[in-house]
Design a protein around this ligand. Structure first.
Ligand code: DX5
Ligand code: ZN
Length: 216
């Protein structure tokens, strides 16, 4: 599977966000990872639709929107309108509405991803894999950038890949949190093909870091 890098703008310098997104566009990364936090599902608050709408006008990158908000179904239409190409929400935040949320995203012509926190077992994903375009395995506790990769995630990625194979699916697996040039090869080997990277990409030369992650 082709490896895709999805730089997380949570780690960008918002004072020069536009310029940094232009650099991402030239770097070989195809996605832009956009972390939306509500202060309830996760302790932190990041940004919402106005930021997405504004950057959408200036880039053709694929907008990989990661919703860390409770009851995401309430806001699907607004995120599609703002320019999301894929909306990934948390299984833990949508209890009782997971299928309905996936259907709603698809009905609006958007791709749908489903994410699990580190403590949520892989088996919880099984009822939804047929309807999901991407599984996001959180490799840190969601909420903040710059954390350390949780080592047990490697086995979890492998287990998700096996689950998908059992269903005859070649669904994308995204990993998010603590991805570095040193562990990128490990997560790819375990079965991940979409790599989110915040600090690794933005705390350095953007193009150089993206290329290193691609080559790892
Ligand atoms: C954490 C976010 C991540 C974060 C990753 O809750 O979902 O996307 O920006 O940042 P790094 O790559 O610095 O761990
Ligand atoms: Zn994220």
């Amino acid at each position: 599977m082709e490896t895709i890098i999805s730089p997380s703008i949570l780690a960008a310098d918002f004072n020069i966000l536009g310029e940094q997104i232009q650099e991402v566009e030239k770097s070989g990364a195809k996605y832009l990872h956009i972390d939306v936090m509500d202060g309830i599902f996760v302790p932190s608050i990041s940004f919402g639709m106005p930021v997405i709408t504004s950057v959408r006008k200036h880039t053709k990158l694929f907008f990989d929107v990661h919703l860390m908000i409770v009851e995401p179904i309430r806001y699907i239409e607004e995120f599609v309108k703002a320019g999301a190409d894929m909306i990934t929400f948390h299984l833990e935040a949508a209890e009782g509405h997971v299928e309905e949320t996936l259907d709603k995203i698809h009905a609006l012509g958007c791709k749908a991803g489903l994410s699990v926190k580190p403590a949520t077992p892989v088996s919880a994903l099984e009822p939804y894999v047929m309807k999901t375009d991407m599984i996001l395995v959180m490799t840190v506790e969601p909420g903040f950038g710059g954390q350390k990769y949780i080592e047990t995630s490697t086995e979890k990625i492998r287990a998700v890949r096996q689950l998908l194979e059992r269903h005859g699916l070649k669904t994308d697996i995204e990993v998010d949190g603590g991805i570095t040039v040193d562990n990128a090869g490990i997560v790819k080997e375990a079965g991940a093909n979409v790599l989110v990277a915040g600090s690794t990409v933005f705390q350095g030369n953007i193009a150089e870091r993206v290329q290193k992650l691609l080559q790892a």
